[in-house]
Design a protein around this ligand. Structure first.
Ligand SMILES: [Zn+2]
Length: 217
């Protein structure tokens, strides 16, 4: 089973590069094994195009490798903290996509301005306080800003999305990036209107119920 999950991580690594969400070796992604305290994550500092399933690293929920092999991503503590805190999460994708990174640089949360993003994220994309890459402090700051939503901005760094499978976390990466672009452009036009909290709750509930009928990985 781990091999299948590792293959999926390689596949979605190619997708985030193809969609321009990351460049070179930046960003990282992981997927949790069903009913196990294990997840598999991209290795540190390797090009996505060169990745083979055997390069993907299996680690426990403390982020420690469970077998010999590549060194896991430097952001493994963030992934591990999310899996420990959120049993509903089975995949985590971290990118440096341009418009979400602009929000990260200005430390500005993305409000619930579009219905697709609101339904999938379940609220605004908040900004986690800055801490250096790879630190426990960053992992704690990410959890604090993420709460029960499915995306979070990392101040002066990038964005993290989470989902019930890699496909969902990947879609969230695209939707958050698109919404960040719309947010920046709509601010140029003037007033930006956010959806009411009650409408966001309704959209989230509808999305979760409908998504449950789709094919899951
Ligand atoms: Zn990063």
């Amino acid at each position: 089973m781990l091999l299948k999950l590792k293959q999926k991580v390689v596949e979605y690594g190619e997708k985030i590069v193809k969609e321009g969400l990351v460049v070179a070796t930046w960003g990282n992604l992981s997927a949790r094994e069903e009913n196990e305290d294990l997840f598999v994550i991209t290795p540190s500092g390797m090009n996505y195009a060169d990745l083979e399933p055997e390069d993907i690293v299996a680690v426990d929920l403390d982020g420690k490798p469970v077998a010999s092999g590549r060194k896991p991503s430097v952001e493994t503590p963030v992934h591990a903290a999310i899996y420990r805190a959120r049993p509903d999460v089975k995949a985590v994708i971290h990118t440096h996509s341009i418009n979400a990174s602009a929000c990260a640089a200005s430390r500005t949360e993305i409000p619930c301005i579009m219905e697709d993003m609101s339904s999938m994220v379940g609220g605004p994309v908040k900004v986690a306080k800055y801490a250096p890459t790879g630190t426990r402090e960053l992992a704690e700051n990410v959890l604090e800003a993420l709460e029960d939503r499915n995306a979070v901005i990392l101040a002066n760094h990038g964005v993290v999305t989470v989902g019930r499978c890699l496909e969902e976390a990947f879609k969230l990466s695209l939707v958050v990036e698109k919404t960040a672009e719309i947010f920046i452009k709509s601010k140029m036009l003037g007033q930006v209107y956010s959806l009411d909290l009650s409408e966001v709750c309704h959209l989230k509930d509808f999305y979760i119920r409908c998504y449950g009928q789709a094919n899951r990985e």
